[in-house]
Design a protein around this ligand. Structure first.
Ligand code: HEC
Length: 180
């Protein structure tokens, strides 16, 4: 097997290895250790199908547009290893200034069941389309979760929300205020 060149390759290799291990061959190439004990138990066909679906959803459900720096501006030309790390580009409107969260870090802190419960119950400030998560099927939510977890942690936490009336540092996209 080729030596993995990136974190993603390592994660994919780990999945392959656990699939191989399940078939009776427990050999693990150096550097291809599973990202977590959970991942190593998840090399099943079903898990791989969900991860693939999650990759598809990250592309077509717009998550990358805001949560991946430069994704929308570059027409999606961002390598997958850099997806969903959050952004320092702020979104300013009547709600203050918000920053797309680093999902690679946020999802590491949540169990899959927490993730589902949050999606059904939590709301976030604009322009996060939290209602898209609320309206997603359990299966699609699980798929996104498995995909982001398979990518593994990366990047820094996004800047904290800045309340209305306070000048944010850095670059912002300014929303027009709603008509009075
Ligand atoms: C239009 C931009 C935009 C899009 C599209 C978008 N988000 Fe967000 N997201 C944000 C912003 C901004 C925040 C921070 C909101 C806040 O501070 O309340 C956020 C916050 C979140 C959070 C909360 C994280 C935490 O722990 O605080 C989650 C989870 C999330 N987004 C997931 C997603 C997923 C999954 C998708 C794709 C289905 C998506 N987002 C699409 C902008 C976006």
């Amino acid at each position: 097997m080729d030596r993995p060149l990136s974190r993603l390759a390592a994660a994919l290799a780990a999945l392959l290895v656990s699939a191989t291990a399940a078939a009776g061959d427990a050999a693990t190439p150096a550097g291809a250790a599973p990202a977590s004990a959970e991942d190593s138990a998840e090399g099943s066909t079903e898990n791989r199908r969900l991860i693939e679906r999650g990759r598809y959803l990250a592309r077509i459900a717009a998550c990358n547009d805001c949560h991946t720096p430069n994704y929308a501006a570059s027409g999606g030309q961002v390598p997958e290893k850099d997806w969903l790390v959050g952004d320092r580009l702020g979104w300013r409107g009547p709600w203050g200034t918000t920053y797309p969260a680093n999902l690679r870090l946020a999802l590491m802190k949540l169990s899959e069941e927490d993730w589902l419960r949050n999606a059904r119950t939590l709301t976030y400030r604009p322009p996060m389309p939290w209602f898209m998560l609320r309206d997603m099927s359990d299966e699609d939510l699980r798929a996104l979760y498995r995909f982001v977890r398979a990518l593994g942690p990366a990047g820094e936490p996004a800047p904290a929300w800045v309340p209305p009336g306070i000048e944010p540092g850095g670059m912002v996209v300014v929303f027009p205020s709603p008509p009075q």
